[in-house]
Design a protein around this ligand. Structure first.
Ligand SMILES: [Zn+2]
Length: 122
């Protein structure tokens, strides 16, 4: 894959990640506002509850996407982005355009959906 294409996917991934993170932050700040607690009161607790809030604020599907986005960004840095994790073939550009964090090519995704291959961690 050409570097310019990879960078375009990276932008999509970063934008989507920002959108999800933004949603969590917005929910958290509105909550702070409603309870009238100061940032100092929340400081320590906020750290401890961050991951728990993530679970509440994002659906299971969104959490999985967030993880997949992180992995996809890692693969971009590693130079393996766009390679199917099952067969090692190139993931179709149309598929990456729709789902930039896709880990499998269309054929392998079908095998996965039919339970014929074992899925990787989220
Ligand atoms: Zn494949």
């Amino acid at each position: 894959m050409r570097k310019r294409e990879v960078e375009r996917y990276r932008k999509h991934l970063l934008a989507k990640r920002e959108e999800l993170n933004q949603r969590v932050r917005a929910a958290r700040s509105s909550e702070t506002h409603e309870t009238g607690e100061t940032a100092a009161d929340l400081g320590d607790r906020a750290l401890k509850t961050t991951s728990r809030e993530m679970l509440y604020r994002l659906s299971t599907e969104e959490q999985a996407i967030l993880k997949r986005i992180e992995r996809a960004l890692e693969r971009i840095d590693a130079g393996t982005y766009g390679v199917c994790l099952n067969c090692g073939g190139a993931i179709q550009p149309g598929r990456l355009a729709a789902v930039p964090w896709a880990r499998y090519c269309i054929d392998c995704q079908e095998l996965l959906d039919r339970g014929e291959i074992t899925p990787l961690e989220p």
